[in-house]
Design a protein around this ligand. Structure first.
Ligand code: 6PG
Length: 247
């Protein structure tokens, strides 16, 4: 969320296809700028269904114009299921994006959902982030986030302990969604990103969008409203249906 003195940065497109095309161009542009400056681009991917169109466009139209060789991929959350499970966010990204682009395998960091204990998996992913971000708080160049119709983002749901967590970077959480057990980065990690792009489509997201864009909204009620990076940009990439339903 932008500071209280500014209006949210809201980019509205007629439908999911035009929205996804515009977002793909913005991500590729940012990736080229960041890579030119830092030599790498760290991107945390979103799960769920909405990003499928975006990932397919990135795979089809940005194979050569996105710096895949310098892009390092992480996940903001995943369902605690095997990576070949139909509900896995990693599986979805691999199917629609990763297997179609020249990404460097070592630079892809899926959440380790193969542990028996999800808490060990969360600790393992936190160790991966600590190793990659040299023990400082993770600072994604871009965190791509979706939002549920109840305002959740990543797997930070209303009332989640991940909202008030101040020390852990990754948590295992029991959610109201299906499948319920998830791994998620905590809110401070998202709020340490250099940029957060929310991708929101559909009338069903309208009420949550209205809450998320309102400065006074309690993140306990609408976690997406709690994404206010102190030194980062938040851009809301939304379609007209979501905006109309948020009025
Ligand atoms: C997940 C996502 C989650 C998602 C929202 C919206 O694991 O489900 O990370 O935060 O972005 O639930 O999902 P849809 O795009 O399917 O509406």
């Amino acid at each position: 969320m932008t500071s209280s003195s500014e209006q949210p940065d809201l980019r509205v497109y007629p439908d999911l296809e035009t929205l996804s095309r515009a977002l793909a161009e913005a991500i590729a542009t940012l990736a080229r700028q960041v890579t030119a400056k830092n030599g790498r681009f760290t991107l945390a991917l979103a799960g769920g269904n909405t990003p499928v169109t975006l990932y397919e466009i990135l795979a089809r139209d940005y194979r050569e114009t996105m710096p895949w060789g310098q892009t390092h991929l992480f996940w903001g959350d995943d369902r605690f299921v095997p990576h070949d499970d139909p509900s896995s966010n990693y599986r979805m990204a691999r199917k629609h994006l990763l297997q179609h682009v020249p990404i460097v395998f070592e630079n892809v960091h899926p959440m380790p959902t193969y542990f028996a204990d999800p808490r060990e998996a969360a600790a393992d992913y936190e160790a991966t982030l600590k190793e990659y971000f040299t023990n400082d708080w993770p600072c994604f160049d871009l965190a791509l986030q979706g939002m549920g119709d109840n305002g959740h983002t990543a797997s930070i749901f209303p009332g989640s302990p991940a909202l008030t967590e101040k020390h852990r970077w990754v948590m295992a959480v029991e959610t109201e969604a299906e499948p319920p057990l998830r791994l998620t980065v905590t809110l401070p990690v998202l709020n340490n990103s250099r940029a957060v792009y929310f991708l929101v489509s559909g009338a069903d997201k309208g009420p949550a969008l209205r809450l998320a864009l309102r400065e006074a909204t309690d993140p306990q009620v609408c976690p997406a409203a709690g994404v206010r990076p102190a030194h980062g940009q938040v851009v809301w990439w939304v379609d007209q249906a979501a905006v109309d339903a948020s009025a």
